[in-house]
Design a protein around this ligand. Sequence first.
Ligand code: ATP
Length: 276
Amino acid sequence: MESMDRTALITFEQVSYHIDHAGTPRIALRNIDLSVYRGEWLAVAGTNGSGKSTLAKIAAGLYSPTGGNLKRSIGREPAVQLIFQNPETALIGETPYEDVCLGLANFGVSNEDIPSRALDALRQVGLAQLAHAPAASLSGGQKQLLAIAGCLAAEPAVYIFDEATSMLDPQAREGIIHIARRLHREGATILWITQLLDELVWADRVAALEEGRLRFTGTSRAFFYEIGDDGMSCCEQLGFAPPYTIQAVRQLVKHGYRPEPLPLTPEQLGKAVSAL
Ligand SMILES: Nc1ncnc2c1ncn2[C@@H]1O[C@H](COP(=O)(O)OP(=O)(O)OP(=O)(O)O)[C@@H](O)[C@H]1O
């Protein structure tokens, strides 16, 4: 975190998004000030309807703010790739290989480079063996891996995962997180939209939304462990139950043992307890 590059690639300046829903005005986002810095993993959390997807779509350029400004300082294409909740929406080819190739052709990659880039991307997500299988035969998790392969083949500056694991089983979820962590270690910038709180532990920074307002930005440790005057963490104030690991650490602290740094993952908790 300390060594993080402070170059802002995407900046929300007082961004609002108002919707006219069948004559009834709705406000999806209200005066959001937020930057996504190069090389960081920024997670955006919030309950249903808090504005996360709207924020993702504005960051991706699919929606324009109805108030304020969105600034992008990326300078190359594709600037951003969005991985959706439902991978079906992104599938265009009959096979994984064809799917990634069609995507690359869309980005204007030369015919000469397409096959090697497509195969390399499929290899990176573990789908090389299924490159020529019917896309319809893939599991939900494999389809999501394919969507990611299509994105990483395009080499975007920023990856936006919009609740990309929410329709997957735990094992497939692990696979997606594993790939995102590798991309991040290799320098990718990640905007990770989620309401699954145990996914926040991989983020450098967490931004939390409530009813379209930005309620918190800070580390996941602060989100889970900093207690407000009302005796609750920001996580609880937003109506979420803290993940099991965090609850277990809170119990340890209550009983007089405060591991430092406070564990976020089961592995960190295991180490802290074994050091007792
Ligand atoms: N096209 C639309 N028409 C009407 N209302 C909309 C539209 N898009 C978003 N909204 C409203 O804006 C608010 C924010 O929606 P958004 O999808 O961004 O929230 P979210 O945090 O991503 O929710 P979820 O986790 O359920 O996907 C909600 O009240 C939603 O009903």
